[in-house]
Design a protein around this ligand. Structure first.
Ligand SMILES: Nc1ccn([C@@H]2O[C@H](COP(=O)(O)OP(=O)(O)OP(=O)(O)O)[C@@H](O)[C@H]2O)c(=O)n1
Ligand SMILES: [Mg+2]
Length: 399
C-alpha cells in the first residue's frame, strides 16, 4: 500500500530521509507516527529508523545531538525541526525486563520491526509513501486491535512497561486487546514491579485520560497490572467502580483526585499517596485542594468564605468529580457565586496588615486572625470592601 498525500510533518522530513538515502543507507518513518497517520490522528513527532550507524548519521547532518548513542539514537536538527534517528536494532537477549543498557544493531528493517511492541506500532513507511507491514499491523488497525508482535510474552520480557503501554493504547485509541496478548499480560503482570514508578505513572495517566479509559481500566484490573502499582494492591473492589462510572476524568489532577476518592484515602494520607506515585509537589498540592473542597461540598453547601479560600480551577474540578460520581450539585450556582465574590484574593482587600498596625493593633498572630475576620465579613457581604466600613468593623470588633 502506498500513501499518496502526506501531511506536512512528513513532507518536512522527506529531505532528511533523502539525505540518508543519498549517503547510501536505508531510512524509514517508523512507529507511532505511521500508526497515527493511518488513524488520522494528530502526529506529534516523526521517528526515523535507518541502516546507518549513529556515527554515520552524525556525518550526514551538520547539527546533531547525542541523545542516546548507546541505544542507537541521534537527534538531528534540520531546518526548524528536530528528528530522532535510530539505527536498526534489536533488544532480544536482554532478559532484565527493562530497556537494555545497550542494544544490538541489526542489518535490516524487518529485524528492527520484529522487536517492536505491537503490530500497529511495527509499521514503517519509505520516502515514497510505501508502507512496510510485516506483522499485519494494517489489519489490526482495521480490527482496532492491540496485538503484540510475535510471541507476546517475549515482548513483555524485553520491556515490562509494554504491558502498561497495551492498556494505554487501548484507552487512547479505543482499541480492544487481543486475547493472547491479554493472557500474556495476566501471566506476566508481576514483571511490572521491575519498572520505575515514573514510567508506569506516565502510562497510567495516559490510560486514565484516553477516550477508552473505562474499558482499558477494566483490563488493567483484570490482568492484575493494578496489583503492581503504588497503593492499588488489594483494592480491586474500590477501583472497579471506575469502569462503571458514566463519565471519566478529563484532567490529570482530576484523575488522581478520583483515585483518592474511590480508594477512600484520608486527608492526612493524600500527600503520601501522591508521593508514592512520584507526582510533583505542585500536582500533590492541587490534588489535595481538589479533594478537600470536594469533601466540603459533599458534606454541606460551601460558604462564600469557603469559595474565597478556593479558586476557579479547584471549583471546576470539584464540579467535574461530582458529575463523574453522580453526585447532585449545582455547579453553575457555585461558579456564579464565586464570580460574584467582592474579593477573590487577599490582595484585593482594601486594607492589609500594615493598616491594622497603624490602627493600633500590636504586631503578632492577632493581625492574621483579624484579617481573616475581615475577609470573612467582606466575602459574606456583611461589610463592603472599603476602608471606612472596615474601620467601623474594627471598632466594633474591639468593643
Ligand atoms: N516499550 C516500547 C516503546 C516503544 N517501542 C517502539 O518505539 C516506537 C516509538 O515509541 P514511543 O514514542 O514511546 O511510542 P509511540 O508508539 O510513538 O506512541 P506515542 O504516540 O505516545 O509517542 C513505538 O511505536 C514502538 O514501535 C517499543 O517497541 N517498545
Ligand atoms: Mg512516539
Amino acid at each position: 500500500m502506498r500513501i499518496k498525500t502526506l501531511p506536512d510533518v512528513f513532507i518536512n522530513a522527506l529531505p532528511v530521509l533523502r539525505k540518508i538515502n543519498e549517503a547510501g543507507f536505508e531510512a524509514y518513518f517508523v512507529g507511532g507516527c505511521v500508526r497515527d497517520l493511518l488513524l488520522n490522528r494528530h502526529i506529534h513527532d516523526v521517528d526515523i529508523a535507518t541502516s546507518a550507524y549513529p556515527m554515520e548519521v552524525k556525518e550526514i547532518f551538520d547539527r546533531t545531538i547525542d541523545t542516546g548513542i548507546k541505544h542507537g539514537t541521534v537527534t538531528i536538527l534540520f531546518e526548524n525541526n528536530s528528528y530522532e534517528i535510530t539505527t536498526f536494532r534489536t533488544e532480544s537477549g536482554y532478559q532484565d525486563f527493562r530497556r537494555p543498557d545497550h542494544v544490538t544493531f541489526v542489518q535490516n528493517l524487518s529485524e528492527d520491526l520484529k522487536r517492536r511492541d505491537f503490530t500497529i506500532n511495527a509499521l514503517a513507511m519509505d520516502v515514497d509513501g510505501n508502507l512496510i507491514d510485516h506483522f499485519d499491523g494494517l489489519k489490526d488497525l482495521d480490527l482496532k486491535l492491540i496485538k503484540a508482535v510475535g510471541k507476546a510474552e517475549n515482548r513483555f520480557h524485553e520491556d515490562a512497561l509494554r504491558m502498561m503501554r497495551a492498556v494505554r493504547f487501548m484507552s487512547q485509541l479505543q482499541f480492544k486487546l487481543e486475547d493472547q496478548t491479554q493472557k500474556a499480560i495476566a501471566d506476566n503482570h508481576e514483571l511490572l514491579s521491575k519498572i520505575s514508578v515514573e514510567r508506569i505513572r506516565d502510562e497510567f495517566v495516559k490510560m486514565g485520560l484516553g477516550k477508552g479509559s473505562q474499558a482499558a481500566f477494566q483490563v488493567f484490573l483484570d490482568t492484575k497490572l493494578s496489583e503492581q502499582v503504588p497503593c492499588f494492591k488489594g483494592k480491586k473492589d474500590a477501583l472497579s467502580i471506575f469502569p462503571k462510572l458514566n463519565f471519566a476524568p478529563t484532567t490529570e489532577a482530576n484523575l488522581w483526585a478520583l483515585m483518592i476518592i474511590l480508594l477512600k484515602i484520608p486527608t492526612n494520607k493524600i500527600a503520601r499517596f501522591m508521593r508514592k506515585w512520584k507526582n510533583s509537589n505542585a500536582m500533590e498540592r492541587q490534588v489535595a485542594e481538589i479533594v478537600e473542597f470536594f469533601d466540603l461540598v459533599s458534606a454541606q453547601d460551601p460558604t462564600n468564605f469557603d469559595l474565597f479560600n478556593s479558586n476557579l480551577k479547584t471549583i471546576a474540578s470539584t464540579i467535574d468529580l461530582a458529575h463523574i460520581l453522580g453526585q447532585p450539585i449545582n455547579g453553575q450556582a457555585l461558579i456564579d457565586r464565586y464570580e460574584a465574590l467582592p474579593i477573590k484574593n487577599a490582595q484585593e482587600l482594601a486594607i492589609d496588615g500594615s493598616f491594622l498596625l497603624k490602627n493600633g493593633i500590636p504586631a503578632g498572630p492577632r493581625i492574621g486572625e483579624i484579617l481573616t475576620d475581615i475577609k470573612k465579613a467582606v466575602t459574606e457581604g456583611k461589610i463592603d470592601n472599603d476602608e471606612a466600613q472596615i474601620s467601623q468593623f474594627l471598632l466594633e470588633l474591639n468593643n
